[in-house]
Design a protein around this ligand. Structure first.
Ligand code: UDP
Length: 378
């Protein structure tokens, strides 16, 4: 009855559903265990009418023209340069740490000297991961690296991951490098912002195709459906699918605390990171992100926590390291040679994908699946 069954209606599942349905005329069934589509990008109006991201802030950003024009078929955009501040004992400074930040932290004369050193070592426009900066032996650079490490990375990372920056995958802290320029934007990408009418609307449009059927509140139960001859694309957690037979894969989870205020704005920036104190990592104020004009404002505080695998918990971030990859490979070895079974997504692939990378991967996988099918036919 269906050519492909897809477990999960997040970015991965929705984009691949569209590609198979539209690009190959396949009949596609998307099963989603939640009562909504969009995965963790899901947004909605709260009880005050304020548009919120239920699972934390998702800011779209990409340099990939193909991904941008692909999504632009399904949404218009509110494009802006996303800027984040770190709250350091009550003072706000731009993050990523950049040359403007330098002048906020040090007096003019000193900042001038340190700026010259940074440019001399790394060159204008370069982006240096904190763990890389810490390797530099020059005493001025050591001073900056120590400041940035202690005031921006150490405590935030301890909260977010339960470990210090050296103990987690280097790629994680490298997402927010030290930037040798006067650019205060959080991301360097050409396109950044929000779907103008929200993520949920964008996903509705992606899934709105006569060959796609979506069933909400439906848990994908297992590999048995394979015998029915349909392709299966699984976007959920692999350890869960295989009944945790090699133990649990490690994730970090979050608690979100939403607060409403009867005032126009709560803070200056859409996102303020609390890098030296507080138990939450950051506060997001949605009106800054969505541009919504409405009375009152809603913010969310994010409290990271360990993921223990309880039913109501959500695994937001894969903890990638040698041991976890080993466990993942054990699971993967069971499914990787299955003929018509495919893994796609942050959970299924146990990877820290951004939205744009996920869209690209989903389009790629659809192409491969279609090629394989056509190859068989010939
Ligand atoms: N990070 C930090 N301080 C900051 C911002 C980021 O220590 O002010 C580190 C932290 O380890 C975090 C990682 O950099 O998990 C990646 O940050 P990003 O903002 O990309 O995380 P996400 O938005 O995906 O949660």
């Amino acid at each position: 009855m269906y050519d492909t069954i897809i477990a999960g209606a997040g970015i991965a599942g929705s984009v691949i559903a569209r590609e198979l349905a539209e690009g190959d005329g396949q009949k596609v069934l998307v099963l989603e265990q939640r009562n909504h589509i969009g995965g963790n990008c899901y947004d909605r109006a709260d009880e005050h009418g304020i548009w919120i991201h239920q699972y934390g802030p998702h800011i779209f950003h990409t340099n990939n023209e193909d991904v941008f024009s692909y999504l632009s078929r399904f949404t218009e955009w509110n494009l802006f340069g996303h800027e984040v501040a770190a709250n350091i004992w009550g003072t706000l400074i731009p993050v990523p740490f950049n040359l403007n930040t330098l002048y906020k932290v040090y007096n003019r004369e000193k900042a001038n000297k340190l700026e010259k050193k940074l440019i001399q070592f790394y060159g204008m426009e370069s982006r240096v991961p904190i763990l890389e900066l810490r390797k530099n032996k020059d005493k001025d650079i050591v001073e900056i690296a120590d400041y940035v490490y202690k005031n921006i990375f150490l405590y935030y990372t301890m909260k977010q991951w339960g470990k210090n920056p050296e103990e987690i995958d280097e790629a994680v802290t490298a997402r927010v490098p030290i930037v040798i320029s006067y650019d205060n934007r959080y991301f360097a990408d050409k396109y950044q912002g929000m779907p103008l009418h929200g993520y949920t609307k964008m996903f509705e449009n992606i899934l709105d195709h006569p060959n796609i059927e979506v069933k909400l509140n439906t848990r994908f139960t297992g590999l048995d459906s394979l015998s029915e001859g349909a392709n299966l694309v699984y976007t959920g957690a692999l350890d869960e699918l295989l009944n945790y037979k090699f133990g649990t894969l490690p994730y970090r989870s979050l608690d979100f605390k939403f607060e409403y205020y009867e005032q126009e704005f709560y803070q200056q920036n859409s996102v303020v990171n609390y890098t030296v104190n507080e138990d939450f990592t950051r506060i997001t104020e949605f009106k800054h992100l969505t541009g919504q004009m409405i009375k009152g404002t809603t913010i969310v505080k994010e409290y990271p926590k360990a993921y223990t695998g309880m039913q109501e918990e959500i695994p937001y971030y894969a903890i990638e390291n040698k041991e976890s990859r080993k466990i993942y490979e054990q699971y993967n070895s069971i499914v990787k040679d299955l003929d018509n079974f495919y893994l796609l997504g942050r959970l299924a692939e146990f990877k820290y994908y951004n939205i744009d990378a996920m869209v690209e991967k989903a389009i790629e996988l659809a192409k491969r699946m279609i090629q394989k099918k056509n190859h068989r036919r010939n």
